[in-house]
Design a binder for this molecule. Sequence first.
Ligand code: GTP
Ligand code: MG
Length: 368
Amino acid sequence: MKIKKLVVNSLQEAVEEVRALYGSQAVILSTRVVRQKLLPFLPFPSRSKLEITVGIPDTEDFAQELKKEENLYQEINRLKENLREVMELVKKQRIEKEEVKKDELEGEYSIRALYLMNKLINRGVSRDVAQKIVESACGYDFELKRLDLKGENLDSLVEGFGKNIKLIENFVEEEGFRVITLLGPTGVGKTTTVAKLAHLLKSRGKKVGLITIDSYRVGAVEQLKTYASIMELPFRTADTPYRLRECIGELSSMDLVLVDTGGRSHYNEIKVKELVPFFTKLPALEAYITLSANTEERVLYEAIESFSVVEPAGLIFTKLDETNYYGTVINVAFRTQLPLLCLTTGQRVPEDLVMASHEYLAKIFLEG
Ligand SMILES: Nc1nc2c(ncn2[C@@H]2O[C@H](COP(=O)(O)OP(=O)(O)OP(=O)(O)O)[C@@H](O)[C@H]2O)c(=O)[nH]1
Ligand SMILES: [Mg+2]
């Protein structure tokens, strides 16, 4: 880089001059105020000027910089490519491990039944669970001498799920005063789902009240309060079990009250147990453990175990839009036999909410 000095009247002039003389790649490295006499032989008067130091990059420097940048991009692309290959490999190995090989069960199941099993396995349903679900939709075909689906793929899957996956039915229609709460790990989408459910219930003619017991996290109260004011719903904050009972009493003219809780790590036993006094002996309570579908399955079981300090009425799965392996939802619902209430598929309130149904589940496995 070459260094030049210029004396100018102002910074504005400096910028213009540097650009005109040395092009847009030149940079002003420093500036300094200097006094300059009007006529050199007079002792005064003098005026202030600006002396600037300009750095002018050599063209080779540029070429080198460009080369470096280009190499960096190439390296990043190479890493991306490697990562993609590794991901493909992991995916392939995982599926190969689980996938039903035709010859393994060929003697027992028809090709159609095996196809359906693999559809489930490819989306993360465990092999034993997939086999159980598909088998429930099969009958013995004497001609084939094998178990075969009784209907088309979609109907069969609906039937298989129907016999193995429990659902909360008539959630909206249920009569009588109810207190509904969502418990679960941090950030899974409890508050957002409370708002979505509140909107759904209100749109079906229910009088809904909202309460939050999450006064711990900064902004948590405001988050639900904002939804409450948009939907014109009564809203309360309760920071003690006693106050929660009072708030529920104040909202007893409603059809139901939705209680939002603060997320807590399921590994923090003390924090999870703090929930117990809020919800014990609360009449007409329905507590739903809320889990993110993109969480590793064994972590989900740990969370369910931990949050079951309050007896769960069922499960909610959020963020189905963030995974392709929603088979975990089926595995967990099958193995725990806890009924599913609803699934959420995005951040939009109230749109991204689906009440769980066997048809919806079957469709996401067959149609994505
Ligand atoms: N992609 C996606 N994002 C979601 C979904 N549901 C909620 N979110 C986002 O997840 C983030 C956390 O949502 P919250 O509703 O605040 O989660 P929370 O469980 O109440 O969080 P805490 O109260 O801090 O434990 C927000 O950015 C939501 O927009 C969903 O179904 N899909
Ligand atoms: Mg929240």
